[in-house]
Design a protein around this ligand. Sequence first.
Ligand code: PLP
Length: 360
Amino acid sequence: MKRVYNFSAGPAVLPVEVLEEAAAEMLDYQGTGMSVMEMSHRSKAFEGIITEAEQDLRDLLNIPDNYKVLFLQGGASQQFAEIPMNLMKNKTADYIVTGQWAKKAAQEAAKYGRVNKIASSEDKTFSYIPDCSDLPIDEDADYVYICENNTIYGTKFKELPNTKGKTLVADVSSCFLSEPVDVTKYGVIYGGVQKNIGPAGTVIVIIREDLITEDVLPGTPTMLQYKTHADAKSLYNTPPAYGIYICGKVFKWLKNMGGLEVMKARNEKKAALLYGFLDESRLFKGTAAKKDRSLMNVPFVTGSEELDAKFVKESKEAGFENLKGHRSVGGMRASIYNAMPYEGVEALVTFMKKFEKENL
Ligand code: PLP
């Protein structure tokens, strides 16, 4: 069997232990004689899986009782519409645009109401997080929206914006469970799970109860109403059952590792190794503003498109997968999510040093 070091931004590396456990249970989940994929979502066995997954997530993030946890489908992108459809009571929302994903979310929301772009870092190719301490928040804004970790550009909000009392909605797809967060600071935290948690398609929405109402925009489909799924405990229709099962296993893995404080320390150690090298390298250069650097996604360039292409090709041959940068920015990007071991980053840095020697 071959396992590569997979630096993909998503779908991304999962813990080997989780994959091994799932493989062992593939044909017979705990004596049921069937795979979780073949199981009724109304069965006792699946009820156990989803209930335990929710509880483990609650434990990990310390989610207060007045927040619901929803396991939904449609990936993170479906939330770009679902959020305004459910929350835009005044038909107004403020968006902080720090990358393509926030931009897409803002464009989608603009179909449903007035969208104010209250801050942006597009002037410098989204390479930094703008100052969000005193923003022109609209009095009528139903919420303030951020993409907390910008997967493509490798930036992260180190401090949440001052929303002046307005509800904060955050896309945490690419930093989900990478460090502790204070859930009470948000109205909605959501993310596609395919980076730090599980199979693509499943999306987790953590939402404060008072935001779940029947008062949604006219024409909002039943499937896109948070209330539908909150009332049915994420079992209104057939949920992404196998995805939820893997998420549950990753939650257990995280708990066994010691929880999110431990993950944060591990992630900081990995990121420090890579950023440390980038800062001293004479060939490679990190592209994100230092103060805003993500622990999860590390974009870098050589300054020469030819050398970038050579690096991507040679790194692949050496067993490092998916180091090519996003198609919109080029260069390279190493995504070092929770499941990437320190040794993977060490091996990458060793390879980069060798490449630098050979190509300077
Ligand atoms: N938001 C962020 C921050 C992402 O990185 C991505 C995908 O990479 C998305 C949203 C879109 O996710 P999905 O493909 O699940 O719709």
